[in-house]
Design a protein around this ligand. Structure first.
Ligand SMILES: [Zn+2]
Length: 235
């Protein structure tokens, strides 16, 4: 244990601002590398990132505000978990927001915004070719969050950006049915928007989210992770 901690400290990345640590942990959760209920110990994290426990506490507090981490009195911080029912409620809310966002964005999409979304899809394709599932998972979520960024109603985008990362806490998927947003489905949505077919885009997005939710499976077991620091070091 001691030698493991020394190793972790020795290999601490030069990422040590609060923002960098927040982004690193946020991405690790979004990429499904840190499963629900993983203990987020202040001391090991402080040693790994080479910062004070105060900074780690601030980061954990921000992640708790995002509903991605739960803080338990006397027990500390853990990656939050989601019940199957809550996951279904999130997808139900996501569908409503996605439809409203697409209807707005389709009226106002600029060439630059279209290019940004196409670039994300290209990156998804690369991650897919490289079989980099964590990166593909994050990019897939980012596609929806970037689309929301282009919505002129800031409340719609704010709500969607709160919801989407939380779907990474749903661990009810069989591995073969991991909720990866396929590049072709994202392209399909975007092509409808670019062609001015708003309802076609909404219908494609609903089929897409239905397909992801259909992968939810209450019987799928959550595999227990390696240690927190081993997971963080693996990137
Ligand atoms: Zn998607």
């Amino acid at each position: 244990m001691q030698s493991a901690q020394r190793t972790a400290a020795t290999h601490a990345k030069p990422k040590n601002t609060e923002e960098d640590i927040y982004t690193d942990l946020y991405n690790a959760i979004l990429e499904r590398r840190l499963p629900p209920e993983t203990k987020l110990g202040e001391q090991p994290l402080a040693e790994y990132y080479g910062v004070s426990r105060t900074i780690i506490r601030q980061v954990l507090s921000r992640l708790a505000h995002d509903c991605l981490v739960k803080l338990e009195p006397n027990r500390g911080a853990f990656v939050a978990s989601l019940s199957l029912e809550a996951a279904r409620q999130i997808y139900a809310a996501w569908r409503l927001l996605e439809a409203a966002i697409i209807r707005d964005v389709a009226q106002s999409m600029t060439k630059k915004q279209l290019a940004t979304l196409k670039k994300l899809i290209t990156e998804e394709r690369e991650a897919c070719d490289q079989k980099d599932m964590p990166r593909l998972t994050r990019l897939s979520a980012q596609f929806h969050m970037k689309l929301a960024d282009f919505c002129r109603n800031p409340y719609l985008s704010k709500f969607l950006k709160e919801l989407v990362p939380q779907t990474s806490l749903a661990f009810f998927y069989e591995v073969k049915n991991m909720p990866i947003c396929t590049k072709d489905e994202h392209s399909e949505i975007l092509n409808f928007i670019a062609a001015g077919d708003v309802e076609g885009a909404v219908a494609a997005a609903m089929r897409h989210l239905d397909g992801i939710e259909a992968g939810l499976n209450a019987r799928a077991a959550l595999t227990r992770p390696q240690s927190l620091i081993e997971i963080l070091k693996a990137r």
